[in-house]
Design a binder for this molecule. Sequence first.
Ligand code: 1CP
Length: 348
Amino acid sequence: MTKPKNDLLLRAIKKEPIERTPVWLMRQAGRYMPEYRELRKTAGNFKSFYKNVDLSVKASILPYKLLGVDATIIFSDILTPLEPMGFNFEFREGEGPVFLDPIKSPEDINRLKPLNVEDVKYVGEIIKGVNEQLNRAIPTIGFCGAPFTLAAYMIEGKTSKDFKKAKAFMYDYPEDFKNLLNKLADSLIDYLSFQIESGADAVQIFDSWAGHLSPDDYKEFALPPIKKIIENLKEKHPETPIIHFTKGVAGFLDHMITSGAYAYSVDWMIDLKTVKEKVFPDAAVQGNLDPIVLYASKDVIRKKVIEILEKWGKDSGHIFNLGHGLMPDMEFEKVKFLVETVKKESVR
Ligand code: 1CP
């Protein structure tokens, strides 16, 4: 694979000198973008969208073209690999993902089949298509959901404020739950390796809902399968950076930063300086603007961006991002302003 022309993100992760801070945004290709909504209409529903290579490539590169971000994250979803593994779901308007036959008892875990990457070939095609279409302008990020976050959906059956079914299952059947996480980890190793072999320059593991756990439970349940994924990927693909994201990390940052990732992506409920003091220069840090700032005025957005840039200082090793994803009702203009402001204000 040739090196991307703009490799700021990769240099920041390696803590090599950078001219300015790289920026990309979680859920940067989404409904807040009029051009995304047009593509979505063409596709019909969300699932037929992400399975359509041509449309997914188009969606993946929109943020580069329209916002000027420094990395593309491929257009897909964390749930994508679960369907061929035996757990089917639908995306319902206004409701999000809904599993048709969620896990209700430990026996249901036996329904989980190992992932055959042939069944998600379209994800590899999307990565290749993005690299081709962008002519390697910027790095391409592959991704997966972390075992805990995927298991939470598979048991709960849908999204939730508190994931009470999933957590009660974890408390009632800890060994079965660990077995589920471990099985997921094995398939996710293959899934991420496949994405790297298809041309992903970096991969991100999204543990969006691990923040629902106490520090002890995080350490016991969510962390070990992530460590396993990272150890295996490092052996197979030592050159490929792995970014580890968790929302709600403040209570267990000390545990999270033992996962072995090259970069930790943190939310806004923890101070960036605190995170830097703990991990830098061993690892890089991604984050951590509160996405809700994007509903405020441009003056506020600029002020908050500068605050984050100043907290990190002039060292390399920081990737600007939000603490969680963009939301459908955000204003495109403000998102664009955010990206431009980071680029302008972070020049070394
Ligand atoms: O158009 C639509 O109606 C679909 C909305 C949508 C989109 C644009 C969903 C459904 N997924 C996605 C794309 C997506 N999801 C990407 C693509 C690239 C990008 O960031 O631009 C990525 C990386 C994800 C990852 C994802 N999906 C996560 C982890 C990140 C996070 O936000 O925490 C999670 C939790 C999901 C589940 C999911 N998929 C879709 C929705 C609405 C949800 C969240 C439901 C919930 O609140 O639990």
